[in-house]
Unconditional design. Structure first.
Ligand code: HAM
Length: 410
């Protein structure tokens, strides 16, 4: 039997109300913070992501769906949106039209990771990017926006973790300190961390290896070596979050898996979904636009994993109850009336949701189906009433019935 590819998932009709509910809440929140939607292609030139996300990241190093198309161009299914949004901003000179661009998206993403609960190869993110200002108010706004959305969805078991990665110059000094600290411990590190020591040393804080964790426990922290400007920026973000009533934890070991961050980084982490617990991640990226397009446009943003959020909602038992509902179900008393039922349904469907039986079921079975579909009204067509242009209308809520004229139905 043919099956969906490992790590991909069908979203079945039974799941759709949950997706629609979530997307509706995302649209409302984005609207109240004045973010406008952007949609970009599913695939881009590979070099956009390798340059944007960083050659030494796991995403670029081993997770991208990259292939040569028929004209030998290397293309990649988008593993994230930030690079694509920046590409679109530059290509359409949005930064020249508006000083500040506040954009949001809901889109599938692709990463060839090892599938497990909450981790897929095709997954969906919603997210936002604000391009054109270094104001810490936007860092705080992003965190608040993500926080509000998770709260509106009914989630309570999650924490907001924030950190600052400062600016590259203070980070470079700090990386040297970290290198010094680790120099005589190299042999004790895991193979993966030995590699990262050379390519992306900050990621050693992300290691799941017990020994690595022990070693990193006493490592110097970037937070203790930030420059004045970065500390001030971070201080302002924290104050605004406090004033907005967003509870947060400063986690000086929070390093993110993408290379483009400067200043604030953050994650919203769930206590309800097992090891893949990051529901949302983001941060400031003041140098990315310049890196991709020679124009100086600071940015900040976040993205959240929809599948993970839905899993958290399921585990916290806050998925909304879904009751099917249609306006009319038409019950046909005699088989000969199929054509007439079709005509009545067609007319009613201009203003209402309407269903009827296509399979010659008994009257009893049709009534059962009307109940299953949550029909508000059942219209019974048949017999001598029909000859007189009449039908029986049953209101399901109270079981009352009355004879009505077919011509007057709306
Ligand atoms: P990210 O941390 O790579 O950040 O992904 C954001 C969220 O997407 C994660 O917290 C997680 O919920 C979800 N996610 C990531 N990978 C998977 C997967 N394989 N399966 C299911 N869910 C997944 C970014 O993508 C950045 N673009 C965020 C950003 C926007 N930073 C600034 N602006």
């Amino acid at each position: 039997m043919l099956k969906a590819i490992t790590g991909t998932k069908d979203i079945l009709p039974i799941d759709i109300p949950n997706w629609n509910n979530l997307e509706g809440i995302v649209h409302n929140a984005m609207n109240s913070f004045n973010y406008n939607e952007i949609r970009t292609p599913i695939f881009e030139e590979t070099r956009l992501f390798s340059r944007g996300i960083g050659e030494s990241t796991d995403i670029v190093g081993k997770e991208m769906y990259t292939f040569l198309d028929r004209s030998e161009t290397s293309v990649t299914l988008k593993p994230e949106m930030t690079a694509s949004v920046v590409r679109a901003l530059l290509e359409h000179s949005l930064d020249k039209q508006f000083q500040l661009n506040k954009l949001f998206y809901i889109s599938p993403m692709f990463r060839q990771e090892r599938p497990q609960a909450g981790r897929f190869r095709q997954f969906h993110q919603f997210g936002a990017e604000a391009l054109g200002s270094t104001s810490p108010a936007l860092d705080a706004e992003m965190i608040l926006l993500a926080y509000n959305i998770l709260k509106s969805l009914g989630l309570t078991n999650f924490v907001v973790k924030i950190n600052s990665l400062g600016i590259p110059s203070s980070r470079e000094n700090y990386k040297n300190l970290l290198k010094e600290y680790l120099a005589d411990k190299l042999n004790d590190l895991s193979e993966e961390s030995k590699k990262r020591y050379e390519t992306n040393i900050l990621r050693l804080f992300d290691s799941k290896d017990k020994n690595d964790i022990k070693i990193m426990e006493h490592a110097p922290l970037l937070m203790e070596h930030l420059d004045e400007e970065s500390l001030e920026h971070f201080q302002e973000v924290k104050q605004m979050l406090l004033s907005a009533g967003v509870p947060f934890e400063v986690d000086p070991k929070l390093v993110r898996g993408l290379d483009y961050y400067t200043h604030t980084t953050f994650e919203l982490v769930s206590g309800s979904v097992g090891s893949q617990s990051a529901l949302c991640g983001g941060g400031r990226y003041d140098l990315l636009v310049k890196q991709l397009g020679e124009r100086d446009v600071p940015g900040v943003g976040f993205a959240a994993g929809i599948e993970r959020i839905l899993l958290a909602m399921e585990n916290e038992k806050v998925l909304p109850e879904v009751n099917p509902k249609i306006d009319y179900y038409i019950v046909r008393l005699e088989k000969e009336l199929n054509k007439n039922v079709f005509e009545i349904a067609t007319k009613l469907r201009i203003e209402n949701s309407v269903e009827f039986d296509y399979t010659q079921r008994s009257v009893k079975a049709q009534m059962r189906e009307a109940n299953r579909l949550g029909a508000e009204k059942v219209l019974m067509i048949g017999g001598e009433e029909y000859e007189r242009g009449m039908a029986v209308l049953k209101i399901m809520a109270d079981g009352s019935q009355e004879e009505i004229e077919l011509a007057e139905l709306k």
